[in-house]
Write a protein that binds this ligand. Structure first.
Ligand code: ADP
Ligand code: MG
Length: 598
């Protein structure tokens, strides 16, 4: 038999490698921008069209490449960043595998223009699917500009696999945000088609955070700093009350590389212990600096995972840094003055921004721990309950109130009452029924909203005064993606300037303010998205049900109790909440009897 093994041609080998390195437009964005940073650029411009599907262009003012290097850069395993295995343990650059350009050029129509400072003319190379079509001298700016056109044009299966533009754009924005955060001293611009999404001047980290995530972050940041012989931690944490319902804005960078690491994430959140309400996630941007010899970044091709040789030591320092920041700001002496807004304003003219943020933060942190302290008392039973405010049960307006005859029938079945503001107790044919008020109401609302989504025309409650909401670019992209579904639910809104909406109506029956409801819904939707794998409509119906349901611990009026019970048993799946928790159980009469040993 003849020998049958042969080496694959480069174009195929590169395409295979591309499968790992370039999953979607955002991966190409990341690789190209990291190369620009490695080349020492102080200004990086990213231009994308059709969420990167038709064009991704990265223009930098970095060191550029010589004519030969430009050609070499497209070969697989061609890199200027390491020479020996030892270099792997001294890494200071983002790249080192020498795979990105070769991979990207294998699956796109690729154009590279580059010029080093001392050269008069630069080089231009055109490549299609790994094949060099042309190389010629060109007049261009110092630095490098790479255009990636029609990504995956030669692999239709991959191209068809890409998600809708808003989804792909969200991934791009995420990569952009991470790099922009990690390098606040570098200027970044992001264009999507002709819109400027971000235009970030070189700045301090705190300012970069505000320009990326919005002015609402201004009063929320506390500086964080801790250093040991092994590692240095620095950055900002958000104050506990500003914690969000989604994990969205949490960033850890190790040697300026964004990483995902649940262990370190835990270090941060455990430092917040007791200051956060359930299921809320604090904001943080933390930079861990550690000698590269103590880490291995080689575990994952896209390099968002790394290994530390002493993970526990890093954990301890991160936790200490966050604790210290929380503690320091808690004890800051300026607290009392800071409560007076005029003094805050006066002081802020004389102190640096950083200090200002910190002190603002401290006063609110103190307030929050006070609230927690008060909560302790709320939770103790008996007499403190007597002093509890009975909240008017108007957070929800019930659309269907029972008619007289139905009410009488219900009363016939016996007493219905609320236990500990959590459970509805009613007598049933076979015994005593205990209903979890929140789980039950979530089920009722979930089915109601699902029906609206299916019908495609939800009743809207028009606002007297429409409210504007400004969103992060990523959230805005999300809203555009689910626009039709939001309208089906009963939301009415229009685009109102960049990343902003004018909300003029909310689903009928949802009592809270437009802004709160809308923002809350988006938060909840994202949370579900990251935790549950649900079809879009189910997720949306669940998110809105969660936001608008009565909560465990909420006092209910009799008609609300009745409405929940009636609604629950009209549901198609009354036994479980939409996420599978039981809604009620029946304490059988026989069981009751057994207690009395009859
Ligand atoms: P890696 O970054 O892992 O070295 P790449 O395929 O991303 O591999 O890039 C190959 C080489 O091309 C780099 O090592 C670098 O020398 C050069 N290069 C890539 N992009 C740029 C750029 N924007 N400016 C200057 N040189 C670049
Ligand atoms: Mg690279």
């Amino acid at each position: 038999m003849p020998d049958i093994i042969h080496l694959l041609p480069d174009s195929i080998a590169n395409q295979i490698a591309a499968g790992e390195v370039v999953q979607r437009p955002a991966s190409a964005v990341k690789e190209l921008m990291e190369n620009s940073l490695d080349a020492g650029a102080t200004s990086i411009k990213l231009i994308v069209k059709e969420a990167g599907k038709s064009l991704i262009q990265v223009i930098d003012n970095g060191m550029g490449m010589s004519e030969t290097d430009a050609r070499m850069s497209l070969e697989r395993h061609a890199t200027s960043k390491i020479r020996t295995t030892d270099d792997l343990f001294r890494l200071r650059t983002m790249g080192f595998r020498g795979e990105a350009l070769a991979s990207i050029a294998a699956v796109s129509q690729f154009e590279l223009k580059t010029r080093q400072a001392h050269q008069e003319l630069g080089t231009q190379i055109l490549v299609e699917a790994s094949e060099i079509k042309n190389q010629a001298p060109v007049a261009c700016e110092k630095g490098t500009s790479i255009s990636v056109k029609n990504l995956f044009y030669n692999i239709p299966a991959r191209r068809n696999f890409l998600k809708a533009n808003p989804v792909e754009m969200r991934h791009i924005i995420e990569e952009f945000q991470r790099l922009a955060l990690a390098h606040p001293h570098v200027a970044f611009v992001l264009y999507h088609s002709d819109d400027v999404i971000y235009d970030l001047a070189p700045s301090k980290l705190s300012q970069r955070i505000v320009s990326l995530f919005g002015k609402s972050f201004q009063g929320q940041l506390a500086a964080c700093q801790e250093e040991t012989a092994l590692v240095k931690v620095a950055g900002y944490i958000g104050r506990p009350e500003s914690a969000r319902k989604t994990r969205g804005e949490q960033f850890i960078f190790v040697n300026h590389r964004y990483i995902r690491n649940n262990y370190l994430n835990h270090a941060v959140t455990s430092a917040f212990e007791g200051l956060l309400t359930d299921n809320s996630y604090p904001f943080y941007v933390l930079f861990v600096e550690i000698d590269p010899k103590h880490i291995d970044v080689n575990v994952h091709p896209t390099k968002t995972e790394i290994k530390f040789d002493d993970e526990r030591a890093v954990y301890a320092v991160v936790k200490a840094a966050v604790k210290l920041a929380l503690g320091k700001h808690n004890l800051a002496p300026a607290i009392d003055f800071m409560a007076d807004i005029n003094i805050v304003n006066k002081l802020s003219q004389n102190i640096s921004n950083e200090q200002y943020f910190n002190e603002q933060f401290s006063s609110s942190l103190n307030r929050s721990s006070l609230q927690n302290w008060e909560k302790l008392f709320e939770d103790t039973p008996s007499e403190s309950k007597l002093f509890q405010k009975t909240e008017p049960a108007n957070t929800l307006r019930f659309e269907s109130s029972l008619n007289r005859q139905e009410v009488e029938e219900k009363q016939d079945t016996g007493a219905v009452f609320q236990l500990q503001h959590k459970y509805i107790i009613r007598s049933a044919r076979t015994g005593l029924m205990i209903i979890d008020q929140q789980a039950a109401h979530e089920r009722v609302l979930f089915e109601k909203y699902s029906t609206r989504l299916k019908a495609g025309a939800g009743n809207s409650q028009q606002s007297l005064f429409p409210q504007t909401i400004s969103l992060s670019p990523a959230d805005f992209a999300l809203v555009m993606e689910i626009e039709n579904e939001l309208i089906s639910l009963g939301f009415r809104f229009e685009v109102f300037g960049k990343n902003a909406l004018l909300v003029s109506g909310v689903p009928a029956g949802c009592g809270s303010s437009e802004k709160e409801l809308f923002e809350g819904l988006i938060e909840q939707f994202k949370k579900n998205q990251s935790e549950l794998e649900l079809p879009l409509r189910d997720n949306l119906a669940l998110a809105l049900a969660r936001r608008t349901s009565v909560k465990s611990g909420q006092k209910l009026a009799l008609e609300e109790i009745e409405s929940i019970v009636e609604g629950l048993f009209a549901c198609s799946k009354p036994n479980f909440s939409p996420d599978g928790r039981p809604t009620f159980f029946t304490f059988e009469t026989s069981k009751i009897e057994s207690y009395f040993t009859r």
